[in-house]
Design a protein around this ligand. Structure first.
Ligand SMILES: [Zn+2]
Length: 457
């Protein structure tokens, strides 16, 4: 039922309106002088052309599909050993995946949490910002806030003492607050008439502890904390003339790059040793536990990548072909069959329910952006590890100069080249996801997997 939403031949069926949206988008693109909607949407993106985005997706697709086969084999073996008497189907995947995770990695989140105190991790983020961006955070009590839970810090340059901006932190859940975690920009940096500094906030939904009790968070939430702080630092580092080009106002396939990149500093020993401290004993998190976390990081990446990429590929192909009268259902089936979609997985967002792509132009021909940003992220961190490590001052200075401070004033591809000394390569992403780094070459001899039964959903 969930995967058939909007596809039930009733009054809520979206297939006809998808055909119409695609045709109108194609028509508009033609009027604007572009061959397809995808070409128009990507002109201002870092990828620039649909072909470049497709190239990346296709390079990652094959090794991801091969990994899915391994994941399915692991799950099948476990199910067989249990005498389950079944063949793994899409509705079995998550259930058996959790069983394999537990059997293989023995990682219990409750073992990790006592080391992850929200306040200590916030201090850790400030410390990282000091090392990488030369920022100092000083709490302010004389600034108005919209809720008693919200706290404000003044950000200054550690060396000159110059005012950089304000950082608001609104960490706790409360009635009426949006769920999830995000960064807000209240005021963008600019100097059109006179210098204006950045005001940003980070927002999350942690459950407030009792007075005097630390708030303990999960490893995933700690990553998200660093991620959103990355967006905030992108805003705070801004050093441009025009507000419309400042901070995080960058291309859609580039905006998650600075934030995803900052996630990498959470797991540096410098941060863990100083700030991931047990709330009772004050002991830093044991290395054995960190190793377990790292080892489990590539688990199930076949599923995650294929589930996501199937949607991203269909999105791009629909917007390359949209001028024809497309039957969305048939198009999706045929595209997935041609790709060799594993039959144990369903697209993360099937076409009739693909809000990213059809509720607005937003992510249309742009769902690939998440993968694109992740290529940059993985490759960029390599600049540090190939140098003196995560806190290499020289690399950090280049990061500020070419990535964090320039907003949308430099072509992102040029900015990246200036930072890295070359174009991004996908090798680091493959390693990060646990795929063979030279999978592209190896898989060329593989027979393309075929979809043995294609169901009409
Ligand atoms: Zn983000």
């Amino acid at each position: 039922m969930f995967v058939s939403r909007g596809d039930n031949a009733d009054k809520n069926d979206n297939n006809a309106i998808i055909t119409e949206i695609l045709q109108l988008r194609a028509e508009r693109a033609k009027l604007l002088g572009f061959p397809t909607h995808a070409h128009w949407r990507l002109e201002n993106a870092m990828a620039k052309t649909p072909e470049k985005a497709m190239q990346l997706m296709e390079a990652v697709w094959k090794p991801a599909v091969l990994r899915v086969k391994e994941e399915v084999a692991d799950m099948q073996k476990l199910a067989d050993n249990e005498g389950a008497g079944l063949k793994i189907e899409p509705w079995d995947y998550r259930f058996y995946m959790e069983k394999v995770r537990k059997a293989r990695y023995d990682l219990d989140q409750n073992e990790v949490k006592p080391y992850l105190q929200l306040d200590k991790l916030r201090e850790g983020m400030f410390w990282v910002a000091g090392e990488l961006f030369n920022f100092k955070f000083t709490p302010l009590t004389n600034v108005p806030v919209y809720h008693a839970d919200v706290r404000v810090w003044e950000v200054t340059d550690k060396t000159s003492g110059k005012h950089v901006g304000l950082w608001y932190f609104d960490p706790y859940a409360r009635t009426g607050k949006r769920s999830g975690a995000w960064m807000n920009s209240y005021r963008s940096q600019e100097r059109m008439d006179k210098p204006v500094t950045t005001i940003v906030s980070n927002n999350s939904n942690f459950v407030k502890g009792k007075p005097g009790e630390p708030v303990l968070i999960s490893w995933d939430d700690a990553n998200t904390l660093f991620h959103e702080f990355g967006h905030a630092l992108h805003g705070l580092s801004s050093n441009v003339t025009y507000p419309s080009l400042a901070g995080t106002s960058v291309a859609r396939d580039y905006v998650e790059f600075p934030s995803q990149l900052l996630e990498h500093w959470l797991s540096t020993p410098e941060v863990l040793q100083r700030f991931a401290l047990h709330y009772k004993t004050g002991e830093p998190i044991p290395q054995a536990l960190v190793d377990k976390i790292n080892k489990a990081a590539t688990f199930n990446q076949g599923f995650g990548t294929v589930e996501y990429l199937a949607s991203a590929l269909v999105d791009m192909k629909l917007h390359l072909a949209g001028a024809q009268k497309i039957d969305a259902d048939q198009f999706e089936r045929e595209t997935l069959a041609a790709l060799g979609m594993p039959e144990e997985i369903v697209m993360r967002h099937r076409t009739p329910q693909f809000g990213h792509v059809f509720s607005s132009d937003g992510y249309s021909a742009g769902y690939y952006s998440y993968l694109w940003s992740d290529v940059l992220t993985a490759d960029a961190f390599g600049a540090f590890t190939e140098g003196k490590g995560a806190y290499d001052k020289k690399v950090g200075a280049r990061l500020t100069k070419y990535i964090f401070s320039v907003g949308n004033t430099i072509d992102p591809a040029e900015a990246y080249r200036a930072f890295r000394g070359r174009d991004p390569q996908i090798k680091a992403l493959m390693i990060k996801r646990g795929f063979p780094a030279d999978a592209e070459k190896n898989s060329s001899n593989e027979k393309t997997p075929t979809r043995s039964k294609i169901k009409k959903r």
